[in-house]
Design a protein around this ligand. Structure first.
Ligand code: PRX
Length: 653
């Protein structure tokens, strides 16, 4: 077992919801208990009832759960529906004029888009995709800034049954190319650029580089004009968004697809160098986003809901582009960085748009906390009634700051544990009922059978004893497979306990009240600013550099980012004198940014003559982690082949 399993963090404060919040919430204690009871008594019936009530079906389903080909589970088979119909058309009768999206660009430009307008724009764009020959099942890669058109593009793909794969705009040309090729995408939707951090993000330039090297599946690119700066358009391949949609019809009949039809692929890091294309379904996925919008975010008709995630991540899929629209909500979409023009931007956005529910990552909370209370205190945050966090464990100090300075001790905080693979919140409080403890994601939601088991797969019943976080039963919004790699799907998520449970890859413990505490990843995956990065991915990028012979990457604790990237590098040439070569370090950091994206840049690079290996040749990662975090080495290093390199690894020689 890894070090994560042994760590302990005791936090006993309990924060029950305020009577005011509880009085107005959608789900009270009796309702929640009845949901749990129903799920317990008739698991499949529980989900079937939710699916019938929450989704608009074109054709009802016959089977609830098909486990014939487990662990490839099928939910609600033979049913037909369309996600875009569920998110848009079904609201037109009574919410056509309701604002669906409040958009604000980094430079301050704003737009309000009603459901009728979003429906129209989606239909037009869907017709444009069809005109370019995109059909049901085709893959479309979306590489966009955080603007409403990114959501339009996703909804339009869903409308015609095309499978989108959004690639975060901060990923490099190389990463984009790999994803286009792995997905076999026919179309790329991108923009000339986006505004972020006071600069233009050169999306089209990166896209051109990717397209120049990718395989021949890719035929066309549609390019949104966002910044208006000069970019090159390749004739025959690139089409402006405005030209593609010019004269396109405002109506587009949705393509009805089977419940199990893939809605999207989203690439995420794993423990090998190659990212995995997580494949999600249509009906089950959408159901998970809707039930969690209601249970966890206590969705109410007049909410102004702001989830700060980019659509390049799963949070931006489930809680920007799909869940809130499926329930007919109003969302805030912000293009830029939280620091432009100053670190009050998030709070100003909350004040200006009267945000009621605010959902962000602990790393953002910690960064904004560092700027001092006087910044948020300048703004009127009284519209906020519920706060959320996601992506990594939140440290109690940041939780308390969020609670007191942002929530004014009035607002419950929902700490939501879930993953790209789970599609929707899994372990999270129902805010009017479950009292919060700072740092705990509390309890599994109804219909989600989360548990902590030991190495043999037996449930751990001793409070506070760490183990593997597993989900015992399949659930509707679970991933269906890894695109093109069923074997890796089974091996990664099910293999450890003979296909009996889904293995999340996290360690966790439950306290005496049954609350879950996530302790960290148990695989070689880092959590940098709430984003997953494989250590192997960064290592492969480093060794692809002509001067690098070997590399080992580990995480070290970081106050703001959660984890920072620490790389040990062995060069093909002699080790730099004293282990220092600033120019090379800068070059290698830039190189990794080019191979993956700026988020993967190592924070530290240390050069050594060799990596610490056991006699059987295994890299001693635990030792490297200890050194990276500046802790004293207490483990036995006598099995090291070359003990002398310890001083180099510690930066002492
Ligand atoms: O380690 C857990 C951590 O983030 C991982 C999932 O990362 P990703 O697929 O990128 O999705 C992030 C957004 C859902 C998990 O395996 N994680 C996520 N939420 C929490 C968390 N760790 C602790 N507490 C959370 N609330």
């Amino acid at each position: 077992m890894t070090q994560n399993i042994d760590s302990t963090l005791q936090e006993n404060r309990l924060f029950p919801p305020s009577p005011d919040f509880a009085a107005n919430a959608q789900i009270n204690e009796a309702q929640l208990l009845s949901l749990y009871k129903q799920a317990e008594d008739d698991y499949e019936g529980f989900w079937a009832e939710r699916a019938r009530n929450e989704l608009a079906w074109h054709k009802p389903f016959n089977t609830i759960l098909n486990s014939d080909n487990a662990p490839h589970y099928h939910w609600f088979e033979d049913g037909e529906l369309n996600v875009s119909y569920n998110c848009l058309d079904r609201h037109l009768a009574d919410k056509a004029d309701k604002t669906a999206i409040i958009f604000e660009g980094e430079q301050g430009d704003t737009r309000h888009i009603s459901y009728a307008e979003l429906h129209r724009d989606t239909c037009r764009f869907a017709n444009a995709l069809k005109a370019e020959g995109i059909e049901k099942g085709d893959r479309v890669v979306i590489y966009m800034p955080m603007v409403p058109e990114a959501i339009v593009a996703m909804q339009a793909c869903a409308r015609i049954g095309a499978i989108h794969s959004v690639v975060f705009g901060g990923f490099s040309a190389e990463a984009l190319k790999d994803r286009i090729d792995d997905a076999g995408a026919r179309m790329l939707i991108t923009a000339d650029g986006g505004h972020r951090g006071g600069k233009i993000i050169e999306l089209k330039q990166a896209a051109d580089k990717a397209l120049a090297h990718c395989g021949d599946s890719l035929e066309k690119a549609i390019v949104l004009k966002r910044t208006g700066h000069d970019v090159t358009m390749q004739s025959g391949r690139d089409i402006w968004w405005s030209d593609a949609t010019e004269g396109a019809c405002d109506e587009c009949e949705p393509v009805w697809v089977d419940s199990e039809h893939p809605l999207f692929l989203l690439y995420t890091s794993g423990s090998t160098g190659k990212p995995k294309g997580i494949q999600h379904s249509t009906a089950g996925y959408l159901l998970g986003t809707i039930t969690s919008m209601k249970w966890v975010f206590d969705y109410q008709q007049d909410d102004i809901y702001w989830c700060t995630a980019d659509v390049g991540w799963i949070t931006g899929h489930s809680y920007v582009a799909y869940g809130p629209l499926a329930v007919g909500g109003t969302i805030v979409v912000y293009e830029g960085a939280p620091t432009v023009p100053d670190t009050g931007r998030f709070w100003k956005l909350c004040e200006d748009h009267k945000v009621t529910v605010f959902y962000t990552a602990p790393t953002a909370i910690r960064a904004l906390m560092k700027c001092g209370d006087e910044i948020p205190n300048k703004y009127d945050l009284s519209s906020i009634r519920l706060l959320g966090t996601v992506g990594e464990p939140i440290n109690p100090e940041a939780w308390m700051w969020y609670h007191e300075v942002i929530g004014k001790a009035r607002c419950p905080i929902v700490d939501t544990w879930w993953q790209t693979e789970t599609g929707a919140n899994m372990i999270a409080p129902v805010p009017a009922v479950v009292a919060a403890k700072p740092g705990s994601c509390t309890r599994a939601l109804p219909g989600i059978s989360a548990d902590v088991v030991d190495e043999a797969g037996n449930a751990i019943t001793t409070p506070d004893k760490g183990g593997f976080l597993v989900i015992r039963k399949p659930w509707p919004s679970m991933l269906r497979t890894i695109w093109g790699d069923d074997a890796r799907y089974i091996d990664t998520y099910w293999g450890k306990f003979d296909n009996r449970y889904y293995v999340a890859g996290d360690s966790a413990r439950r306290d005496k009240d049954g609350y879950f505490w996530i302790m960290g990843r148990i695989d070689d995956v880092l959590n940098v600013s709430g984003h997953r990065l494989g250590t192997m991915e960064v290592e492969s990028a480093l060794v692809a550099h002509p001067r690098v012979a070997e590399a080992a990457v580990v995480g070290r604790p970081d106050e703001i980012k959660g984890e920072a990237i620490f790389a040990y590098v062995v060069l093909r040439e002699a080790r730099p004198k004293g282990g220092i070569d600033e120019a090379l370090t800068a070059e290698l950091r830039g190189w990794v940014a080019e191979q993956i994206g700026p988020i993967a840049k190592p924070d530290n690079i240390r050069y050594s003559d060799n990596l610490p290996k056991t006699r059987s040749g295994k890299i001693m990662r635990r030792l490297l982690r200890t050194i990276a975090s500046g802790e004293e080495i207490t483990s036995d290093t006598s099995t090291l082949e070359n003990e002398a390199i310890l001083l180099q690894l510690q930066g002492k020689e």
